[in-house]
Design a protein around this ligand. Sequence first.
Ligand SMILES: [Zn+2]
Length: 320
Amino acid sequence: MYGVGVDIGATYTRVALADERGNFIDRISEATTKTGDGLSLTYQIIRMIEQILERNDIKCGDLMGIGIGSIGPLDIKRGAIINPPNLPFREVPLSEPLSKAFNVEVRVFNDCTAAVVGERIFGAGKGLDNVVYITISTGIGGGAYVDGHLLIGKDGNAVEIGHMVVDPQGLRKCGCGKRGHWEAYCSGANIPKYARILLSERDNLEKSLIYEYARGNLEDLTAKMIYDAAKRDDRLALEIIEKINTFNAIGVANVINVYDPELITLGGSVVLNNVDLVVKPIKNMVKEYAMNRIPEIKVTPLAGDVVLYGAVALSLGLAP
Ligand SMILES: [Zn+2]
């Protein structure tokens, strides 16, 4: 028997075919459809699954299920994506059309929930009952097991840690519309916006590598430029990153105080591309803010595949 895992991201949608033990047999990645209505994405996913089954000569009857880790927000009861801020659709139905197309059970979770499932079944969290996964990517999100229970919540959004308030003064407004949220300062999409506020108070910007990388136009600033400048010891970049690291440490400390995990794994592009500048400072500073005993904190060994592994685990009925 086989399982199919689907990772629906704002940029890419990926499908993996796995054997009963979760070993990947084949995979397909495509740019996520952004035209038509929500059903065009549904049909894209159906096509990708058909293609991966066909080229591996696998029939629907050989499938145990389909697992999906998706960008949100979700309505998990309906198994659909509803009004996603990063896709131009009102609703993307998943559970019903996919279970009809392949005649199997379809399980849909938000991507970070799927990721912590992947971590616990196939990654660093094997055998542990208290595990949190945190992604710092375009946004910031998390998934958590507490006492062996996967936290889901009434709408599937139990661990929206990126929207915890870390700055009560609310200097930055978050993409969700509220002020002072962790994600509004420290996610890949927001780091440049926060940096522009910090830089607006500074003179002599011309001497900074940040200014050089952005070719003198701070509107073109990216998170990568700031981290790249910091890797070359640019003083201004390091100052910005120190501010970001403080918010990251507060965010992770809140996670430790709330969920009391024995392991926190970190993933997402901002983490995976800047391990020394992101993870080490969190480990050093988190004890200043956390009351609970500090857990092991490390980068996910599943790297960019953590959501896909979780989706595969869900498809095989290995979790929760
Ligand atoms: Zn927010």
